[in-house]
Write a protein that binds this ligand. Structure first.
Ligand code: SF4
Length: 277
């Protein structure tokens, strides 16, 4: 499989009327997970959408990077599939869109979440925020999406933009702008941060990130995700060099230290959280 460099590829904002004239919007789906237990509140049917412009050095899903490939599915096809598991969702579970980077396919995502809410299904967006822009028509689509999104899992890769660029290929200004907008507009969030020795595991950056999160509204949970090496095999299979070769997962002490500096124990809203949209 050849992985092309799609860092400059446009996200798929398209003319809505033209698309509707052609029939239902289709999304490019990489895979699904029927019983996701770590992809948001409760048990969730997780849809991994294809496409991401970032190139995180620790990405364990490089096979999701390419834009415009994958299984083409309509929102109703995804939801019919998901609803077979509805009995397991309880009050808090539902569907999560992850990736790749879900926001790359914002038109499909909006269609999917709108139809999910019409069916009474809770919606969760897992994002790293890279496609975010206040340019139109994208921003209007995003605002409509947030109106049908119960909660977002927002991954802050690095609080320092220069370090974010080294780690992912892109700065973080627009990502923090997205988070500010979400904070100001009552969007419930979980904040997640991958702890990587020699990349993100520095007390000064963790302190800065912890202070930043404290300024936000509606943060229900903060999670430290320890870097792991499970993705190495995929890099070998795809024939691409693994950027973090030789870097080991963080020690339990460093994980505890990061949790302390990010004040994870202070964010308990998730324990009683229920979807309200
Ligand atoms: S944002 Fe996610 S899918 Fe994209 S490169 Fe980073 S870890 Fe991989």
């Amino acid at each position: 499989m050849k992985l092309f460099d799609n860092t400059d590829a446009p996200v798929n904002v398209v003319d809505q009327a033209a698309v509707e004239a052609q029939g239902p919007i289709k999304g490019y789906v990489h895979s699904v997970e029927s019983f996701g237990a770590v992809d948001g509140p409760g048990i969730r049917f997780t849809v991994f959408l294809q496409g991401c412009r970032m190139r995180c050095q620790y990405c364990h899903n490089p096979d999701t990077w390419n834009i415009g490939v994958g299984d083409e599915m309509t929102a109703d096809q995804v939801l019919d599939d998901a609803q077979r598991y509805k009995a397991f969702w309880g009050d808090t579970g539902g569907i999560t869109c992850s990736g790749g980077e879900s926001l790359v396919q914002i038109d499909f995502l909006l269609d999917l979440f709108t139809k999910a809410k019409q069916r009474g299904i809770s919606t969760c967006l897992d994002t790293s925020g890279n496609p975010f822009t206040r340019d139109e028509p994208w921003f209007s689509q995003f605002k409509k999406l947030m109106a049908v999104t119960d909660i977002s899992l927002v991954d802050i890769k690095h609080i320092n933009s220069a370090e974010h660029k080294k780690l992912t290929g892109f700065g973080n200004e627009n990502i923090l702008d997205m988070i500010q907008w979400m904070s100001a507009n009552n969007c419930d969030m979980w904040i997640r941060h991958v702890l990587v020795p020699e990349r993100t595991d520095y007390d000064n950056y963790l302190t800065e990130l912890g202070d930043y999160i404290k300024t936000l509204n509606n943060v229900q949970k903060v999670e430290v995700l320890p870097y792991h090496t499970l993705g190495v095999k995929k890099y070998n299979e795809l024939g691409i060099a693994y950027p973090l070769d030789g870097i080991e997962p963080p020690t339990p002490d460093r994980i505890r230290n990061a949790e302390k500096l990010l004040h994870t124990a202070d964010y308990n809203g998730y324990k009683t959280w229920k979807p309200t949209k």
